[in-house]
Design a protein around this ligand. Structure first.
Ligand code: ZN
Length: 220
């Protein structure tokens, strides 16, 4: 078979948890790049499925705000001459309509908005500083694009030993292959948890997460 021939691949199995219980005092909800350019008609780099995830993200925001969970937003931010515009069309120009977080998910004044220049919301930002200051060890990640900014932020979080939870109905990609490949990597490689928005519950249960760093420290 020639190397360039199209072929069908199967997504390897990964678990989608039916219930995930989180401790709101140690869990942050991170809403990634839900900005007009990626989400709304007229945006410069629209992910067609992203708008459909808004109700699920709203549900997660309600849960987080009602339970006192920290809420963080990332905001992709570029200025003239940004090399990322050589990979992608111009998007998220600082100060433009496309740069704004969609109105339906507007951050509250007390919620942290992290402006980032690359896919990873930790890279060159204060995100890790604040998460550690607040004593967070688990992140619920949602938003777009699943295999780009959500994925690289999940990767970066997992490398720092944060537990990563991704409700798959609250994230979106340009292509179903990319979405599934990313979720599979998160489950398999980052030892993360894939679930759905409605399955995330606060408190109780025996699986309240203790960070791997903390576990290792108390074992000695
Ligand atoms: Zn960008």
């Amino acid at each position: 078979m020639p190397l360039h021939a199209p072929r069908t691949v199967e997504v390897p199995e990964y678990e989608v948890r039916e219930e995930v219980r989180v401790d709101p005092s140690r869990t942050a909800l991170v809403v990634v790049d839900m900005q007009n350019d990626f989400v709304k008609p007229g945006g410069s780099l629209v992910v067609p499925d992203a708008e459909g995830t808004i109700p699920n993200i709203q549900e997660l925001l309600s849960l987080a705000r009602e339970s006192g969970m920290k809420v963080v937003y990332s905001q992709d931010t570029h200025t003239e001459g940004d090399p990322e515009w050589r990979i992608w069309p111009e998007h998220c120009r600082e100060g433009s309509w496309g740069h704004e977080i969609v109105e339906d998910l507007a951050p509250r004044p007390e919620e942290l908005v992290i402006q980032k220049v690359r896919y990873d919301a930790f890279y060159g930002t204060h995100l890790d500083h604040f998460l550690r200051l607040w004593g967070m060890d688990r992140l619920i990640l949602c938003g777009t694009v699943a295999n780009i900014c959500v994925h690289y932020t999940a990767a970066s979080a997992a490398l720092r030993w944060y537990e990563v939870v991704i409700p798959k109905d609250a994230t979106s990609a340009l292509d179903p292959f990319d979405l599934e490949a990313s979720l599979r990597q998160t489950a398999f490689l980052f030892d993360g948890t894939i679930t759905t928005s409605a399955a995330v519950k606060v408190g109780g249960g025996e699986d309240v997460y203790r960070s791997k760093v903390e576990e290792a420290a108390t074992e000695h």
